[in-house]
Design a protein around this ligand. Structure first.
Ligand code: TMP
Length: 203
């Protein structure tokens, strides 16, 4: 059985986390081995880097390089072995997030991130990317209401709007890989859409 690499993306507060559980149960019920993971993170080294990136103010290039460091370790330790073993890898964020947050949000030039992506995982891309899309002001209001918002979640509305726009641009560029889901709909409606997408991509 071939492995399947599915990534979940979206601005903070777009509701993606709610649907990871559903996807995991759905594939497990179909007899697949499921590996749930996240970026930045997913390994001991990656989780240490996550703490740094989410909690400490830093230069944007340092931020970008740390995220790719975590990604390199994650690919080596978790993602590639799981895919080689035929598992379904459900990854909460991947390189599309770097294009959205670091390029769209913070203004890092795209060619720099393209070069880092080529270096880190040139031959590997997600099979399917579910992009949870929600109005930026609604999403931001949700995360601001949470008790401990991190460095990204505390950004202003204009930042959220730039990140969202960059995600949507990426989805338009790669319509075969991306599926845009309206995170503003009910959980049941989003799950029904996810089922249709999975049936189309995976069978
Ligand atoms: P999470 O809250 O969805 O786990 O994501 C953690 C934060 O990390 C989120 O606010 C976005 C940010 N992030 C980036 O800025 N660039 C990246 O490449 C990734 C993977 C996450």
């Amino acid at each position: 059985m071939t492995g399947l690499f599915i990534t979940l993306e979206g601005i903070d507060g777009a509701g993606k986390s709610t649907h990871v559980d559903y996807l995991a149960h759905r594939f497990a019920a179909a007899g697949r081995t499921v590996v749930r993971t996240r970026e930045p993170g997913g390994t001991a080294v990656g989780e240490r880097i996550r703490e740094l990136v989410l909690d400490h103010a830093m230069d944007v290039l340092a931020e970008t390089l740390l995220i790719f460091s975590a990604r390199a370790q994650h690919l080596h330790e978790v993602v590639r072995p799981a895919l080689a073993a035929g598992s379904v890898v459900l990854c909460d964020r991947f390189t599309d997030a770097t294009f959205a947050y670091q390029c769209g949000g913070r203004g890092v030039p795209e060619p720099s991130v393209e070069a880092l992506a080529a270096l880190t995982h040139g031959d590997l891309a997600p099979d399917l990317t579910l992009l949870f899309d929600t109005d930026a002001s609604i999403a931001r209001a949700r995360v601001v209401a949470r008790s401990a918002a991190d460095r990204f979640e505390r950004e202003d509305l204009a930042f959220f709007e730039r990140v969202r726009a960059r995600y949507l641009a990426q989805a338009r560029r790669e319509p075969g890989r991306f599926c845009v889901l309206d995170g503003g709909r009910s959980i049941a409606e989003v799950q029904a859409s996810i089922e249709r997408v999975i049936a189309r991509h995976v069978g």
